[in-house]
Design a protein. Structure first.
Lengths: 445, 445
């Protein structure tokens, strides 16, 4: 098999929501209160919703920039590559990258729809659920619906109510959506933990509907910004491994013994640490279960439970690929992370192929598309002949896509590099600036 | 090579300080204020120092118990296996386990002497440094000195003053001690971070004296006790990986470019995650350095910096051993963790040997003794002929050591298992109980 013959399906990309997304799905009653994108006097665009403003921050939409300009946060829609928010352009960018399918996480609402959750907490539950359903409908019907076979729809949960979560899981399943987000540390968002029965109506619905629960990094566990003097690389390097704790909590929780059909995906967690993780949890179980009295059904080991229920993914992870037998090659998937700063776009095939040296075709197919089609109820070949799904076939359709990096596209720079390199403190200042100018001056325009 | 031919040196064990340790090393002026072990009315022993009581907590001294009784915290000296606190018994236990050499971390003072640091912070600097030096003198001269060749001495730093730290490094180096503890997250103990120049006098002295800085898990980063409903396994399984953050901070800090001779050991961190870690830090560096402007001397990669300066260790870690080429086989060391609950004592050779299947003799020797003798200025063969240092030779000297587990040795049980298994909340209650009864009633006896 050659690089060009791979079929690539990414289980972790991101959509920057387009300004017109609320036009067709919000009930008339709430139309005026839908989030809207406004231009501020400083030329930046922010979303405004119920008195909150949500700027673009966090290296979230840097695809198509030169690495020198990654830190220059885009602050206006015009500074983004259109593939960030326009689905036709997105498919073009996927084609140019040889990527067949994509599962896209939200940006403005937060990974688990916290934007709406805050409204529910403030007593505006009806508004919150209306907006959340509108978001999911837009995502499923428009973003994913326009190009059949190219997207795996991913719903947001009404995180403030497990009963509503269960209902939403069933509602979107009827529309063909079998993936939904959840938090790696719900306690970090003010909700009960993974060890609470609180979430049972949600798990029940997901197990019933064959809906994969997708837990993205940074969805409850905060990023490590504790030391303003640390190079920002400390935060970036350490974020994926934060899912180690979530993985441990899941395995030792009662969730999988109560809901044996449940599948949970760890999004952007990487895989190279999983062999160590599995060995560690088995070691701890063997050493301690006689006094803790904690056990697993049918004498299973915690590593068995993990492999049965948890789906992993990686961007570029040679050590993980080398040790795929220890992880479980039937649950490893791949991701591109477009348009975030860790993405390998537009050279994903080349980057991935280098990590796959010596791997048998059978295992490559499992990791790049077979596992994801099986586990996520995703059948692209219903819409696109398989021979049209390869890296080469897709790239052949992308001759018109301009991959030239945009130079000087603009954006807000980290405020200063007093140490000579970007520190956590510099990036905190950048983020604080993004929130500090009043949005209402923009609204008046 | 056979299992019996291995030479085992452990870079992470623990001493539970014996009651008479302060008798010979505290200056006359401070004699009355030395910590002392007192018996409380409930039959437990606690250390008392300047109004603080320090009980035994944290699965810290469970060697020789049945796994069923690990959770029964020993609360009196008589409930401990004598090898925990008596050096002759300790050497017997090492022999029974086929272990030649051991580096022992403290218990009562905390990993970086926080017990003394709190006195310094309270204005009792003279008392603090006197006690700290007495501790180090006892550890070097008595604990390590009585059985030449069997211990690698490890000093505690006067963490409240980098200048005093530098002086102590030089003082103990003159006594032959070339290892000292430090915190994985000094900020968590109220001190400046690893990215501060504050610590330069300490790094300078360590680099000058060839002193290895040993950073143990739990020395600043707190254990994950955030969710009282979580099985306690979540906390136990996740503790070693907390050093991932410290490793990242070290590599991206300015420390190694300023002190090229400095060596730092990550104690009880495990090694199976290191291949992923090294790949991740290189990936982040390559993706981001053009905008962060963070670089390394001579175009090195962060993984190069790690392998040059950081020493890793493992208890039982088959995935790490399999991937030792990715880690760097010249910096991997081994540990036993006696008498803590993760220890493989008294079956360390058998446990380790199973992980070493297929590993060439050359690599086994590096990981089990050659790296540690080279990196820690440790020369056991000056005192003991090499043929007397093997697993078989040492075990032959331990025929008298009784390895029968102590049944019903006593101790404090976790307060309740409301969920049917031990949770974080149960263990927090156990620890709180250990601190709650007043020590002064014991002092009066």
């Amino acid at each position: 098999m050659k690089m060009d013959d791979m079929i690539l399906v990414s289980v972790d990309d991101h959509v920057c929501e387009p300004p017109d997304m609320w036009e067709r799905h919000v009930p008339a009653k709430w139309k005026d209160r839908a989030p809207r994108l406004v231009r501020k006097p400083d030329g930046s665009d922010v979303w405004v919703f119920e008195g909150q403003q949500i700027p673009n921050v966090g290296l979230n939409a840097v695809a198509g920039r030169r690495p020198e300009e990654y830190g220059m946060e885009p602050t206006a829609l015009s500074q983004l590559r259109p593939g960030c928010y326009d689905v036709d352009a997105r498919v073009g960018d996927m084609n140019a990258n040889g990527v067949l399918g994509s599962l896209c996480f939200p940006t403005v609402p937060g990974f688990v729809g916290e934007l709406f959750g805050r409204q529910a907490a403030a007593g505006n539950g009806e508004l919150a659920i209306a907006m959340l359903r509108a978001y999911n409908d837009w995502h499923i019907d428009e973003w994913c619906g326009k190009h059949p076979g190219r997207f795996i729809p991913l719903a947001l949960p009404p995180i403030w109510s497990p009963e509503l979560m269960g209902e939403e899981v069933r509602r979107v399943a009827r529309k063909g959506c079998h993936a939904i987000t959840f938090a790696d540390n719900p306690g970090g968002l003010g909700h009960p933990s993974l060890h609470s029965e609180h979430w049972d109506p949600f798990w029940t619905a997901c197990a019933d509907e064959g809906t994969v629960v997708c837990i993205h990094i940074g969805s409850g566990t905060r990023m490590n910004l504790q030391d303003p003097g640390a190079p920002i690389e400390v935060m970036i390097a350490g974020t994926p491994i934060t899912l180690f704790n979530c993985a441990t909590e899941l395995v030792f929780s009662d969730i999988f013994s109560k809901f044996p059909a449940l599948k949970i995906a760890l999004s952007e967690g990487g895989i190279g640490w999983i062999p160590y993780f599995l060995e560690r949890i088995d070691y701890v179980h063997r050493h301690h279960h006689r006094w803790t009295l904690h056990g697993f059904p049918n004498g299973k080991l915690p590593s068995d439970v993990f492999r049965e229920h948890v789906i992993t993914c990686f961007i570029d992870d040679a050590a993980g690929v080398r040790n795929r037998d220890l992880i479980g090659v039937d649950t490893i998937t791949w991701e591109c992370d477009y348009p975030h700063s860790d993405s390998t776009w537009p050279k994903a095939p080349e980057t991935l192929w280098a990590s796959l040296a010596g791997v048998p075709d059978e295992d490559i197919h499992k990791m790049t598309w077979q596992n994801v089609t099986r586990l996520f109820s995703y059948d692209p070949f219903k819409h696109i002949p398989k021979e049209g799904c390869t890296v080469a076939a897709l790239r052949a359709q992308a001759k018109h896509v301009d991959l030239t990096p945009r130079v000087g596209a603009g954006g807000k720079a980290p405020s200063d590099y007093a140490k000579g390199y970007a520190t956590v403190g510099d990036i905190i200042k950048q983020m604080a600036n993004a929130f500090s100018t009043p949005f209402d001056s923009g609204e008046r325009k």
